[in-house]
Design a protein around this ligand. Structure first.
Ligand SMILES: [Mg+2]
Length: 362
């Protein structure tokens, strides 16, 4: 089997309304990069990544310029070999994002193609554990009024979620505390709450925040400080007050290894688009398993559902606010807090390319 064609397209997808998180600021749209890989038997695998607005074209050009020549005429079944070649080819300017995003788009297309050729969904190809996956609503709402914040939570409950995340990192901690209190009072007792500070604090500020936030019984507090301050994470975790989640801003395997070795995290949440695809995500998931940690996910839930459905240590799947439901058939649904990995071969996502055409930028 050989790769006969690779096609890359970039789209700018507007968000229904501007949303804000501390690290990213206000977001009005996101970029979607789709990589289609054909084999010489007429089968096609589709990979994609989502990224902040105006960054998709740079990622697409890495695939076009560096990876297409490495992929054409090669056996698409040898995913580890192709992954290694992409990593090696770009190592000087790479070893992380945006190269990790570019490798991820290719890697997902290769796994999809493998699943389609073998007539198996990715979650069973990766080992197969439980197609039923615990889900939470990863709402992005730092810029919303308290009233709007609570309306968003109600909407998530009506969609079937039983776990909801809200954002922290307003101008003062007392504002954050007021919003947390309003949310906890708004939610029924059986609904779980997470909070994401998106790197808003220094370590000393986080220590103070942890003391004040402890009473809200959060499932976790996510990225309280900068993602690569592993010693800071370690210190905060020794306080033992609130479980810590992190991982979406780590881009290479060794960073996850470092965070785990520093005992800096309770809920590991890699994002396959930021860490180089399904292939490294599964290595991170095994690393977590070895260290008795749960594995969660950030972003691209339509893909991550397969990965968590294959892991015995799976915990929460984030339903990210950047969704592509409008452009796909049979998007994931949530019932009583759970979603289900699809039975279709590969990842099972069918894009409506006619509709996407209106948002094409390259
Ligand atoms: Mg986050």
């Amino acid at each position: 089997m050989k790769i006969s064609n690779v096609e890359i397209n970039t789209y700018k997808i507007p968000l229904p309304e501007p949303v804000e998180a501390y690290a990213a600021g206000v977001m009005k749209a996101f970029d979607l990069v789709i990589c289609r890989i054909d084999n010489d038997n007429g089968k096609q695998g589709i990979g994609y990544i989502t990224v902040h607005e105006n960054q998709g074209l740079a990622i697409a050009s890495i695939i076009k310029n560096s990876f297409v020549p490495l992929l054409l005429d090669k056996d698409p079944r040898l995913i580890e070999l192709l992954w290694k070649n992409m990593w090696k080819d770009t190592h000087y300017a790479g070893r992380g994002a945006p190269v990790s995003f570019a490798i991820a788009a290719v890697d997902v297309a290769l796994w999809d193609l493998k699943g389609i050729c073998l007539n198996e969904p990715i979650w069973r190809l990766l080992g197969g554990h439980d197609k039923k996956v615990l889900a939470y609503a990863g709402n992005i709402d730092l810029n919303f009024s308290t009233e709007k914040l609570l309306l968003g939570a109600t909407k998530s409950l009506n969609q079937g979620f039983q776990s909801i995340k809200m954002r922290l990192g307003r101008a003062t901690l007392s504002e954050d505390l007021k919003r947390l209190e309003a949310m906890r009072n708004h939610l029924p007792d059986n609904i779980m709450l997470m909070a994401d500070a998106n790197e808003a604090w220094r370590v000393d500020q986080a220590v103070h925040a942890f003391k004040e936030i402890e009473k809200f019984n959060l499932v976790w507090l996510e990225e309280p400080i900068k993602p690569d301050d592993f010693k800071g994470y370690s210190y905060l975790r020794t306080l033992g007050k609130i479980p810590i989640a992190a991982g979406e801003n780590l881009h290479i395997l060794s960073e996850f290894n470092q965070l785990i070795n520093e005992n800096g995290v309770d809920f590991l949440e890699p994002d396959l688009t930021t860490c180089g695809g399904i292939t490294p995500f599964m290595k991170i998931a095994k690393l977590a398993e070895i260290n008795n940690l749960p594995i969660c996910s950030h972003g691209v839930h339509d893909l991550h559902v397969h990965l968590l459905a294959s892991c015995p240590n799976a915990s929460y799947l984030e339903f990210h606010a950047w969704n592509i439901d409008e452009f796909t058939e049979n998007s994931l649904r949530v019932k009583n807090g759970y979603t289900e990995a699809p039975e279709k071969p590969g990842h099972g996502i069918s894009f409506d390319f006619d509709k996407l055409k209106n948002f094409l930028i390259d």
